[in-house]
Design a protein around this ligand. Structure first.
Ligand code: SF4
Length: 709
């Protein structure tokens, strides 16, 4: 008989928030053949360059395979799991006894699966009693979370990817979608080619996305809110506000419009604020106003700002004023950066959320406390990522457990972050690679965590679609899933009964039950249909968009179709905006503005994509892109090296001439670190100046100086 062909396992790509379905066929030797999953609604079989190369990134060469303990000489000794877990539990207990539970913090990641996130949050906020749990999603989309909660009354993306197929106008704000959400961008291109949809790109930099657009507005950094305030004024002056919809479903219209008139009274004022020509502004406004089916989508160019919440609110205001929300082919749409930033939001991974989209209202605290039977529930919001690391530096936080992320590269003021981490009394890292900048801060314990292909759980993509990420490789050596490590620590802290899960399916079912617990339709996040899911049903779970309440097990493609929001009186609340401005302006010492972002073929700090020769060939070195006139002005040499310096740190990067970057600005990719190329950590340059609502730091406009090396 011919041998049976190995079975393909349906899983999900571990990179961007598009959340593409992947079919992985293991080869029995630790590798796998990768293909797109034609049945997954997010990608319908397509994969981008990063997803296609996943098979090249498997292997154990760079992995941490055993628990490690730092010895007095600063190197690491291999220890057993029992010794590692006992020591971490003893250390946490001692810190809590000496300094109180709030001296302990967890820093999580959009790379974690929802089940890992859930138990980490439950342990910290419910049982240890510290509210200081935050995630690298704070750097990704927390401004959208804050704006959606303030305006829509809940952290809800209203629409679905299918809206990009049926929109007549797609406006992309601060998003290099072609490189950062490639498969969704291909759907937009299909719509453009097949239906004639128009694509408008608003971005200070001419990106690959701008190269394929019908209209490109290269606005000044930090001026997005002025542009959309002006659009609201234009809609009102043209009589295009849907007064009936606003009267029924929206509060705060008059205040928001009066505020918009102060910020952007006319196109001339918008031109001054944005640096755009009046004719281009007028053309954009007219196109938006005259196209009922418009999707306005945004990403980090909007979120990563000290005014990110207002920028998102400015976009939401325009959609609410015209009733262009909750209907097919139109709506505001946040493109989430990470594969499971959404799942983390759902379980309370953000410091200002408790669990299941519940915040810290007295009734919410009590509801979660009773559901978890939590002995020490946190009673106030915790410190957000940048504040949390400041508290580490000031010794208010003495113990930190970092899981699946590399804050010594990705947080702003990264040199200070690395120094602060090195001074912790107890520093624990759950990781799957042996070397990165956070590990260079010498944690006391390194716990070997499962990687993509070995992990088993769920993730949620940008359109609220929950998908299974399934294991197709065995756990190597002593590697363990994150949820198991967290539960073993909980057991050693005396909380074993509340963490006695036999697998991720039980964690997911509990998370689903909490989402529906005393819900009564008053909250957006409800996956109660999955509350009783057993292992077999969990293993078979098909991709589904939340809410998935008990009465709608097929999920929900679109919210707010009935005009019922989650704000007071079931209305949305339009918001006035602060006067748009940058958090820090250029001056004589720092005369250029540094913009940061991703490249097409790398992901975060390249611990996975850096393993693929094919992906590494696209852009091989850390670089700074600037206009050719600026190369001359600052005496630089193209393909030579330049040192960038800000008020916080410096980096040395290769000079690339790029006339898509405006004079006065620079662009540098975020991926490289001190481990992969000396002195190339962009986080060392960026500033810890944060949005007042979301706590998200400004990563797109840091004043810097540049000089030849
Ligand atoms: Fe993966 Fe995103 Fe590419 Fe899809 S678009 S294959 S989720 S990186």
């Amino acid at each position: 008989d011919a041998p049976l062909a190995p079975a393909a396992i349906c899983t999900t790509c571990p990179y961007c928030g598009v959340g593409c379905g992947v079919k992985a066929t293991p080869d029995g030797l630790g590798g796998a053949t990768i293909a797109g999953d034609a049945d997954h609604p997010a990608n319908r079989g397509r994969l981008c360059s990063k997803g296609s190369a996943l098979g090249e990134t498997l292997g154990l060469g760079s992995r941490v395979l055993h628990p490690l303990k730092r010895n007095p000489a600063g190197s690491y000794d291999r220890i057993g799991w029992d010794e590692a877990l006992d020591a971490v539990a003893v250390g946490l207990r001692a810190i809590a006894a000496d300094h109180g539970p709030e001296a302990i913090a967890f820093y999580l990641s959009g790379q974690l699966l929802t089940e890992d996130y859930y138990v980490a949050n439950k342990l910290a906020k419910g049982f240890i009693g510290t509210p200081h749990v935050d995630t690298n999603s704070r750097l990704c989309m927390s401004s959208t979370v804050a704006a959606q909660r303030r305006v829509l009354g809940s952290d809800t993306v209203p629409g679905a990817y299918e809206d990009f197929d049926s929109a007549d106008l797609i406006v992309l704000v601060g998003s290099n979608t072609a490189w950062c959400h490639p498969i969704l961008f291909r759907r937009m291109q299909d719509n453009r080619r097949e239906r004639g949809a128009r694509v408008v790109v608003l971005d200070p930099r001419l990106t690959a996305t701008a190269a394929d657009a019908d209209m490109v507005l290269a606005l000044k950094p930090g001026s997005d809110a002025a542009l959309f305030a002006g659009l609201l004024v234009h809609l009102a002056d043209r009589g295009l506000v849907d007064r009936t919809y606003v009267a029924r479903h929206v509060a705060g219209f008059d205040e928001a419009l009066a505020n918009a008139r102060e910020i952007a009274p006319d196109i001339a004022a918008v031109s001054v604020a944005t640096g755009l020509k009046p004719a281009e502004i007028a053309a954009f406004y007219e196109l938006w106003a005259s196209t009922p089916h418009v999707v306005t989508a945004w990403s980090q160019g909007v979120n990563q700002s000290a005014q990110g919440t207002d920028k998102v609110a400015a976009i939401l205001n325009c959609h609410l004023a015209t009733g262009r929300i909750g209907r097919p082919g139109c709506g505001p749409f946040s493109l989430t950066g990470q594969p499971n930033a959404m799942g983390g939001r759902e379980v309370g991974g953000l410091a200002n959320m408790l669990a299941a989209h519940m915040g810290y209202g007295a009734d919410e605290i009590d509801r979660v406390r009773r559901f978890w039977q939590a002995p020490h529930i946190a009673r106030h919001e915790g410190l957000k990522a940048v504040q949390m690391l400041e508290a580490v530096a000031e010794r208010g936080i003495r113990a930190m457990w970092v899981m699946a992320t590399n804050p010594a590269v990705s947080l702003p003021n990264a040199d200070k972050v690395r120094a602060a981490l090195a001074g912790l009394d107890l520093f624990v890292v759950s990781e799957n690679v042996l070397s990165n900048d956070t590990l260079a801060a010498r944690p006391h314990y390194i716990l070997p965590a499962a990687s993509w292909g070995e992990k088993d759980g769920t993730v949620t993509n940008s359109e609220r679609r929950i998908s299974r990420q399934r294991a197709f490789l065995p756990l190597p050596s002593e590697v363990k899933p994150d949820w198991w490590i967290i539960c073993e620590i909980a057991r050693r802290l005396g909380f074993g009964a509340a963490f006695a899960y036999t697998g991720p399916h039980e964690i997911y079912a509990e998370h689903a039950a909490l989402s529906a617990f005393e819900n009564g339709g008053t909250r957006d996040f409800d996956i109660g249909a999955h509350a009783g899911l057993d292992k077999a049903a969990y293993d078979e779970l098909r991709p589904v968009q939340w809410p998935v309440p008990a009465y709608r097990p097929q999920g929900t493609a679109r919210l707010f179709s009935d005009g019922n929001f989650f704000g007071s009186g079931r209305r949305a609340q339009m918001r006035p905006l602060a006067a748009p401005k940058l958090a820090a302006e250029i001056d004589e010492a720092f005369p250029l503005l540094l913009n940061t972002g991703r490249v097409r073929d790398h992901w975060h700090t390249m611990t996975r994509t850096g393993l693929s020769p094919r992906l590494s060939a696209h852009i091989a070195e850390p670089s700074v892109h600037l206009h050719s006139s600026e190369i001359t002005r600052f005496g630089l040499v193209e393909r030579g090296f330049a040192r960038l310096a800000s008020a916080h740190g410096s980096a040395v990067l290769k000079v690339v001439a790029d006339d898509g970057v405006s004079p006065g600005e620079l662009f540098a990719p975020i991926h490289w670190s001190g481990e992969t190329a000396s002195d190339a950590r962009i986080g060392a340059l960026t500033q810890p100046l944060c949005d007042p609502f979301s706590g998200q730091p400004e990563m797109k406009a840091t004043p810097v100086a540049v000089a030849p090396v």
